[in-house]
Design a protein around this ligand. Structure first.
Ligand SMILES: *Cc1c(COP(=O)(O)O)cnc(C)c1O
Length: 430
């Protein structure tokens, strides 16, 4: 069976004993930009986009809308936009970013449970492809905003199929008790109400059950629900022309099983489940496109003895990469110049929280103070969640393309952080 990243070359490889991103040795970036720093491979993003497009090529002309929240850097969006991808957005900020990065409005879909009047107005003015509505109240508000602007809003409901996707609870969105979407059992009634509202064209239906899915079964269940609903909605007189199947395809973080489904397996499953639907399909991949296109490069500050294992203290912390503490996520940790010697160690950052732990009892390359180390698979849900907690500078990002590289977000240093604070007059001292 074809499996995961097998078809996509790994752009991070050892050359002459030194880890490179494409043709650029990572120590060159560290020497110039400092650490910690996120580094992304253009080649990997393009490869993932092409692998997915190829896997979905039997489905007519699907819209592949990159889920911007996975990595919203303008250079990342532009890289994927150049591959013909659209954007799945969840806020007015993401709308602005997608448009600024050159994504055509008619390739943008808007998801999220809390769209405001202002955000709806902005998206309507831009002329996006579809609003994925998550409640009847949202449909009413969108109708109001569209009518006031003299525009027609193309919309569909996001349906909650009541499926347990078998992923981490914090990234599971399709279970019956989740805040997302409307219940499938209420869909007919909600569509009937929404279709009667002025300014709304209920053209679509959407589903997204969660992220980092490592099995196809939950997708199949969800898509079967959508297929049945399309048939029922048509019988009720709704002209459904678009079905948005969401994102969620998992990626390989850990070489240990379970391996996520390959794009080809996913595509074949979609083809089987959607046969005869007679709609344009939309996909909203995020993680799949960017996770394995990025690393977080960090330097070892010191190695400190521990009771059971030593602590490798690196200059990246939970504020730079939150996934381990937020989702119990596992990231491969590798030395940039591996000696071949291995150690078992805890890997931690300098932040004053026990949660600032990247790995416990991890077997990894032996490292010492001053050595460079990478966290792999750090292209998705990583830099975008970075904060300046503990008054740490905001992590910079670098994009590599062949032997070229550029800073795509500079480090926001402590002087700039302080400059953003305002001391009110009554506290000012002379
Ligand atoms: C987050 C999200 C996605 C992307 O999920 P991935 O697991 O990164 O593919 C797609 N659609 C919606 C509605 C989302 O909220």
């Amino acid at each position: 069976m074809t499996r995961s990243i097998s078809r996509v070359a790994d752009p991070f490889e050892l050359r002459g004993g030194v880890l490179h991103c494409e043709d650029v040795p990572l120590p060159e970036i560290a020497a110039s930009v400092g650490t910690p720093v996120y580094i992304y491979s253009s080649l990997a993003m393009r490869d993932h986009a092409r692998a997915l497009r190829e896997a979905l090529s039997g489905l007519g002309d699907p819209l592949i809308a990159y889920a911007v929240k996975a990595n919203p850097n303008a250079a990342v969006i532009a890289t994927l936009g150049a591959e013909g991808l659209g954007a799945d957005i969840v806020s007015g900020g993401e709308l602005a970013r997608a448009l600024a990065a050159g994504i055509p409005a008619d390739k943008i879909v808007f998801s999220g449970v809390g769209k405001t009047r202002e955000e709806m107005g902005q998206a309507l003015e831009a002329g996006i492809c579809q609003f994925n509505l998550e409640s009847g109240a949202e449909a009413e508000l969108l109708s109001e905003v569209a009518t006031a602007l003299g525009r027609e809003a193309r919309a569909g409901f996001r349906v909650n199929p009541g499926v347990e996707p078998g992923t981490h609870a914090k990234i599971s969105t399709g279970a019956a008790e989740s805040k997302f979407g409307i219940q499938a059992s209420e869909a007919l009634a909600e569509y009937a109400k929404a279709a009667a509202l002025p300014g709304l064209r209920m053209q679509g239906i959407a589903v997204h059950i969660g992220s980092q899915l490592t099995s196809l079964a939950p997708f199949e269940q969800a898509f079967a629900t959508v297929g049945a609903l399309i048939a029922e909605l048509r019988i009720a007189g709704h002209d459904i022309t678009l079905a948005d199947l969401g994102g969620g395809l998992g990626v390989r973080y850990d070489p240990a099983p379970p391996a996520p489904p390959s794009p080809a397996d996913y595509g074949a499953m979609v083809e089987r489940l959607t046969r005869g639907w007679d709609v344009r399909l939309v996909f909203e991949p995020g993680r799949f496109l960017v996770a394995n296109a990025g690393v977080l490069l960090t330097e070892v500050i010191r190695v400190k003895p521990g009771v059971t294992h030593p602590f490798v203290i690196v200059d990246a912390a939970m504020n730079d990469l939150m996934r381990p503490t937020l989702y119990d996520a596992w990231h491969a940790i590798e030395a940039v110049r591996p000696s071949g010697r291995r150690i078992t160690t805890n890997v931690v950052g300098p932040v004053c929280e026990t949660g600032d732990t990247f790995a416990l009892a991890r077997e990894m390359d032996a490292v010492e103070a001053g050595d460079l180390v990478v966290f792999r698979s750090a292209g998705a849900y990583a830099a975008t969640m970075a904060s300046t907690y503990n008054s740490r500078p905001l992590t910079p990002e670098v994009l590599v393309d062949g032997d070229k590289w550029a800073i795509i977000r500079p480090r926001i240093d402590v002087a700039r952080l302080i400059a953003g604070d305002v001391i009110p007059e009554w506290l000012a001292h002379d």
